[in-house]
Ligand binder design. Structure first.
Ligand code: ATP
Length: 240
């Protein structure tokens, strides 16, 4: 099982005696994109936070490349790039300044040429590279954040609602970039409400409902999404 990069094993998380994640288990293999789908409050962000070491399992474990996160939180810093729903970069700095600043915080040395290669790889127009991010669209900010993630050489990506607020062209570009990164060996876990979008980018889809993993299947080809699946993920408690 050496190809397993991201693994949750019988993971439960309680907060203030409320069970938020209930005994969930899944794996993401090297080069794979897994999308966890679910409605509001299903436990998607909690799952990511547990993998980032920001929340602790009440029981069970989460591991990255075979290393348990709760007992070795350093594995996150070394292996993971995380894109929250709202990319946290400085609006008054340019793309290049943001990248230089955040690389210096993580102790990485990269040349101007490396930075240019990364910005080209995510297809951020070079005319924007020296403009402050306050004038960027959400898609452009996201490309900058992905370029930074690439420069940090992080082989694991966690994405929280990555396409919310993007226009269809930006979503298409984003999906292509994610698939390209995965084909080059990145392992990607994304959480989303967007069942149709997830089918375009993910290899497999997990359904989270009320903290339980209620389904896991290969992403269906475009246009073949079973409405039962949508209902299963998004109906509340006893309705399903
Ligand atoms: N720190 C906390 N204290 C109390 N309850 C929490 C805490 N964190 C999460 N929860 C609860 O856990 C449940 C799952 O939350 P989570 O944010 O993981 O869901 P989500 O699937 O990401 O939802 P959304 O799509 O709305 O972002 C919710 O009912 C939420 O209120």
């Amino acid at each position: 099982m050496s190809d397993v990069v991201i693994q949750a094993t019988n993971l439960s998380v309680d907060v203030q005696s409320k069970q938020i994640l209930k005994n969930i288990s899944f794996q993401v293999l090297k080069g794979e994109v897994l999308a966890l789908l679910g409605g509001n409050g299903a436990g998607k962000s909690t799952t990511i936070k547990t993998f980032l070491g920001l929340m602790k399992p009440t029981s069970g474990d989460v591991s990255l490349v075979g290393v348990s996160v709760p007992t070795n939180p350093d594995v996150v810093r070394k292996q993971v790039a995380y894109l929250p729903e709202s990319v946290m970069l400085y609006g008054h700095l340019t793309a290049i300044e943001n990248i230089r600043y955040f690389l210096s915080l993580s102790g990485k040395q990269k040349s101007d040429e490396d930075i240019a290669v990364s910005l080209k790889r995510v297809a951020l127009q070079s005319s924007s590279w020296h403009q402050p991010l306050s004038g960027y669209s959400k898609g452009m900010r996201q490309k900058t954040a992905i370029a930074l993630a690439l420069l940090r050489d992080a082989p694991i990506l966690f994405l929280d609602e990555p396409t919310s607020g993007l226009d269809p062209v930006a979503i298409d570009e984003f999906n292509r970039l994610i698939n390209q990164l995965a084909s080059q060996g990145a392992t990607i876990l994304m959480v989303t409400h967007d069942v149709y979008g997830a089918c375009h980018v993910a290899n497999r889809i997990g359904l989270l409902r009320d903290g339980e993993l209620v389904g896991m299947f290969d992403a269906p080809a475009e246009g073949n999404i079973d409405s039962e699946v949508v209902h299963k993920a998004f109906s509340q408690g006893s309705e399903a």
